[in-house]
Design a protein around this ligand. Structure first.
Ligand code: NAD
Length: 467
């Protein structure tokens, strides 16, 4: 076969383009500190780093963490942009805030408090020791935030970390792995204290979970990963899915409740696992609440528009609904455009029945269904059912102390926010520290350095008891 000049030039163009693409991958691989081609290499490197790290002081741990905080603040915008462009989910401005929260409010070594017991027989000391190398699986919804938050807590606890990030967000997660390593090196720490793989897969995840080097596992994600982790036979922390309801009763400051719910439910396009995902409003104030939400920037859709949105946002199989992954974390304006509406609203709201899939499915989209209920007891019953026993997060706007207590007792969630946007529950505008790994299923709650340590008891008999 004889090729003409045009065909030859087309072939050359294609060869050059694919060489350039390969080079850019290779450059990324070189420039990302702590990121390896294979899990075996990553495990070997982190094991070596952990052995070195054993001789570092707590003060040195803090110096490394201070540097991680500094670089996170400096590069928050870059990571936020990378996260949105790689995953196609969320909002840059909100992701910047999430990185700032992680940098400023993730606890360091101060979270590790030893305890003592003294008495006639002497003194017993309980100290918080590292597990060793921790294997961590991270989600696509907060990829760099989770890597940095986990790294700070795990390093504070004296551990090293190997990450197997979500494949659809691995560039962003690995940028964060690189940042953490740059910070550690600048602060005089060891190489590869935090590692990852360039192309995470289910196989690399399995290899990590089964490696004898890894002494503890932490997973942040949906039910699948938490199940896989809990059957690993290792000490595991599972931070699983939620479907947080928010209740508004007739005693609430309705205008404020409306503003708070729009702010929380639209934050990062509803990606956070703690965000308000369905609303139960007492009938006597429901219309006022909806009007308040519209004033606060939400767009109300009705009737056929709702049915059309169901077909866009969800997929149906055998009468069961699941999320349409293509639409997770997209801007409200994009959904509205599909409905023929030109609007830059942050949140779409609609009234539905209680069993509507917008209420029952954890969607992670800026769409909030509002269910009218006759009274707050009915709201509590329906909200508890919609949370599906995840015991993750629930929120309420009410000034009635009995109602606040009743809902909290009934729903049994790890996070329960009263009269504020949901993100107050992770330290944004509420008291308390920040985490992006909220461990409901395994009970650690809002994880921090102490969660990544094991207790060791040191007993001195007949001595050091000085009174
Ligand atoms: P996902 O479950 O699809 O993925 C999470 C991670 O688990 C990824 O790294 C993925 O590759 C891995 N994974 C999934 N199934 C696995 C299996 N069987 N074995 C091994 N690894 C597996 O979740 P996502 O879409 O990235 O994130 C959203 C979900 O995570 C939501 O359900 C949200 O509520 C939850 N989430 C929870 C928390 C929390 O702190 N509790 C925080 C963020 C997200």
């Amino acid at each position: 076969m004889k090729l003409d000049e045009k065909q030859i030039s087309e072939i050359i163009k294609n060869v050059l383009a694919s060489a350039a693409a390969e080079n850019s991958v290779a450059e990324d691989a070189r420039s990302y500190k702590g990121v390896f081609d294979s899990m075996a290499e990553a495990l070997e490197a982190v094991n070596k780093a952990y052995k070195q790290y054993r001789s570092y002081t707590v003060e040195q741990r803090e110096q490394m963490i201070a540097k991680i905080r500094e670089l996170t603040l400096n590069e928050a915008e870059e990571m936020a942009k990378l996260g949105v462009s790689e995953t196609g989910m969320g909002r840059v401005a909100d992701k910047i805030i999430k990185h700032q929260l992680v940098a400023n409010k993730t606890p360091g070594t101060e979270d590790l408090s030893p305890s003592v017991m003294t008495g006639d027989n002497g003194l017993t000391l309980i100290e918080m020791a590292p597990f060793g190398v921790i294997g961590s699986i991270t989600p696509s919804t907060n990829p760099s935030e989770t890597v940095i938050c986990n790294s700070i807590g795990m390093i504070a606890g004296g551990n090293a970390v190997v990450f197997n990030p979500h494949p659809n967000a691995c560039k962003t997660a690995n940028y964060a792995v690189d940042l953490v390593n740059r910070a550690i090196l600048e602060a005089g720490g060891p190489e590869n204290l935090v590692v990852s793989v360039y192309k995470p897969t289910m196989d690399s995840s399995k290899e990590m979970m089964q490696s004898p080097i890894v002494r503890m596992l932490v997973a942040t994600g949906g039910p699948g990963v938490v199940r896989a982790l809990l059957s690993s036979g290792k000490k595991a922390i599972g931070a699983g899915a939620g479907n947080p309801p928010v209740i508004v009763d007739e005693t609430a400051d309705i205008k404020k409740a409306a503003r708070d719910i729009v702010a929380g439910a639209s934050f990062d396009n509803n990606l956070p696992c703690i965000a308000e995902k369905e609303c139960f409003a007492v009938d006597s104030i429901a219309s006022e609440l909806i009007a308040g939400m519209q004033e606060a920037g939400a767009y109300l859709i009705k009737g056929e528009q709702i049915d059309k949105l169901v077909k866009i946002a969800l997929v149906e199989k055998d009468g069961k609904y699941d999320i349409n992954k293509k639409w997770v974390g997209k801007d409200a304006g994009k959904f509205l455009k599909e409905l023929g509406i030109d609007s830059d609203a942050r949140l779409i709201i609609c009234e539905t029945e209680n069993l509507h899939p917008f209420v029952q499915v954890e969607m992670m989209m800026p769409i909030l269904a509002i269910v009218r209920v006759p009274d707050v007891d009915d709201a509590i019953e329906k909200a508890v059912a919609a949370e599906h026993g995840n015991r993750h997060s629930a929120h309420i706007h009410s000034k009635n102390v009995d109602t606040l207590t009743k809902f909290a007792r009934a729903v049994e969630t790890t996070i329960f926010v009263k009269n504020a946007p949901s993100y107050a529950g992770i330290g944004a505008g509420g008291e308390g520290y920040t985490t992006f790994t909220i461990a409901g299923p395994t009970g650690e709650g809002l994880t921090a350095a102490h969660s990544f340590t094991r207790q060791r008891r040191c007993v001195m008999v007949d001595g050091l008891h000085i009174v």
